[in-house]
Write a protein that binds this ligand. Sequence first.
Ligand SMILES: [Zn+2]
Length: 132
Amino acid sequence: MQPRVDYKNLYIDTEFIRERKQVKGEQIQAIYRFLDTKACRSKAILYYFGEENSTYCGECDLCLRRKHLATIEAKIEQEIRVLLMEKSLELHELIDNLTVGSDEQKLKVLRTLTDEGKVAIQDGKQYHWMAN
Ligand SMILES: [Zn+2]
């Protein structure tokens, strides 16, 4: 319970308010950058505090997701290897016989294997395992 200050004596520090608004705006931008990060939450926080060369933490949701995707891709590659070492297959046969991953993931792995020369396409449509 304090007596109300007369408006004639009321002082509003507009410069202080403007600065506070700017600081709050920058903090909100930092939070958005943190939420937008695709690499690693820990790296994003450390980057905010000026550490630019930190390593992946391996434990945040983004790191776990990356590990999970890498595991699925490794399984897809393994299945492609087993299938194509047995016999050459057309694309749809190969994709249909893979038991893990989405079609997008399967095609991504197949594309990588083709780019690396581990898988070759013969007669324009038969996929063949080239590596050991
Ligand atoms: Zn992480």
